[in-house]
Ligand binder design. Structure first.
Ligand code: NIG
Ligand code: FE
Length: 411
């Protein structure tokens, strides 16, 4: 007797041997799909799947979900978000429409510092209540695992507050959560960069490590924020206490983030709107997962990462949402697929691989997430009836996720 069985699935998407941890280059064009299939789940884990033609006649299930006409996908893995934040920033959206740049808004005390002021004014409880709403919002849109960064606290107390809220989201929702310490997101207005870096190195990192609040460390390596040398210094301090790096790199300028990421053996370098041949070459000789954040490139009207060139060079590519109040106010991963297809010329197969298997790799979740395989966590979503899986990125802006199953439970 199994707990749950999905039957008559039109297409079971991303069925792979568990040994395949990521796909790169031309292999990204291949998306294995099992048509007319079933999927069985017990104790929160995928226990079997196959063609309906071989459906075991003795298979009995506690619960059955009929999936005729529908596709079943492994849940999205969103490997880059800032979904713990206090409030939206649509006033800056209007400023941008009227011509202000991201850098001008930041220099005028807006941007990250605006979010920090708002977050510092909230209690941990209030911040949790606002943030958990966003966690449930992305669950309904098909995300099953997510990375959440700090970086809107910018004081010891408020960075810890953010990370505790992220941990509470992990324990009070069915999401799988990885947390990242991003104290080096911006320099607070009331201090100098030198002093703030000392605070990060000598107070924030030890306090975060003491409470075991972060899996990873991140730095906004960018002109006007943190230099490559500062990034390296901060990342090395994090590594000493067990936080592996993942970096904000090459978003506004070609500012050397890719080089530091490769040098410090980062798990991923994210954004990559501004990169050239040299950066592509460097990534080729590394295990770093290049990650595009198409929502941020779209929302800030930046050039998109040169995804086709990267795949032609044989690189893997991941896609995440960057869900945050300033540059990407959406955690809708289906929408990220659409943007990746339209603006980076990825095929639906490449985009889906990038948002499931490759993001799972970037979050060190390959053993349990990112594809349909026996033994993996039963995190899947069922679509509305649709003609083909390409309909998901094609039907941009419309919600095609009908039912969500996380850890084997229908949500
Ligand atoms: O990933 N680039 C830096 N951090 C965020 C945006 C932060 C903000 O504007 O609040 C990003 O785009
Ligand atoms: Fe970000």
């Amino acid at each position: 007797m199994v707990d749950l069985v999905l039957t008559n699935i039109k297409g079971l998407v991303q069925v792979r041997p568990a040994s395949i941890k990521k796909v790169a280059g031309s292999a990204m064009a291949n998306l294995p799909v099992l048509s007319n299939s079933y999927l069985a789940i017990t104790k929160g884990v995928i226990t079997s799947f196959g063609s309906m033609e071989t459906f075991p006649s003795d298979l009995q299930a506690e619960q059955q979900v009929e999936c005729a006409g529908r596709f079943v996908f492994p849940s999205f893995v969103d490997s880059h978000t800032h979904l713990v934040f206090a409030a939206s920033r649509e006033e800056e959206f209007v400023m941008k429409i009227k011509g202000a740049t991201y850098q001008e808004i930041a220099a005028a005390g807006g941007g990250i510092l605006n979010s920090a002021r708002k977050l510092q004014a909230l209690s941990e409880e209030e911040l949790f209540e606002r943030s958990v709403v966003r966690a449930w919002e992305i669950i309904r849109m098909g995300t099953g695992a997510v990375e959440i960064k700090s970086g809107y606290g910018l004081t010891v107390k408020d960075e810890l507050k953010m990370l505790r809220v992220a941990k509470r989201i992990a324990s009070e929702t069915p999401l799988t959560v990885k947390t990242t310490f991003l104290g080096a997101h911006a320099v607070p207005a009331d201090t100098t960069k030198e002093k703030y870096i000392q605070l990060i190195l000598h107070e924030m990192i030890p306090a975060v490590a003491d409470e075991r609040l972060a899996d990873y460390i991140d730095v906004f390596c960018e002109q006007g924020f943190f230099t490559t040398a500062e990034t390296e210094q901060i990342v090395e301090a994090g590594k000493k206490v067990g936080m592996r790096p993942r970096l904000h790199a090459n978003q506004l300028y070609n500012s050397g983030g890719v080089q530091v990421g490769v040098k410090t053996k980062a798990l991923s370098v994210d954004h990559l709107e501004n990169m050239g041949e040299e950066e592509i070459d460097l990534l080729k000789n590394s295990d770093v997962m290049p990650t595009a954040l198409p929502g941020a490139a779209f929302f800030l009207n930046l050039p998109f990462p040169p995804a086709r060139k990267m795949l032609e060079a044989g690189l893997p590519l991941a896609i995440a949402s960057d869900y945050n109040p300033g540059s990407a106010p959406s955690g809708n991963m289906s929408q990220m697929l659409s943007l990746a297809c339209v603006r980076m010329k990825l095929t639906p197969e490449e985009a889906i691989n990038a948002a499931t298997l490759n993001t799972a790799y970037a979050l060190e979740l390959s053993e349990t997430h990112g594809s349909i395989a026996v033994g993996k966590v039963a995190n899947v979503f069922i679509t509305k009836p649709m003609p083909s899986y390409a309909f998901l990125p094609y039907s941009f802006g419309s919600q095609q996720v009908e039912k969500v199953i996380l850890r084997g439970k229908v949500q």
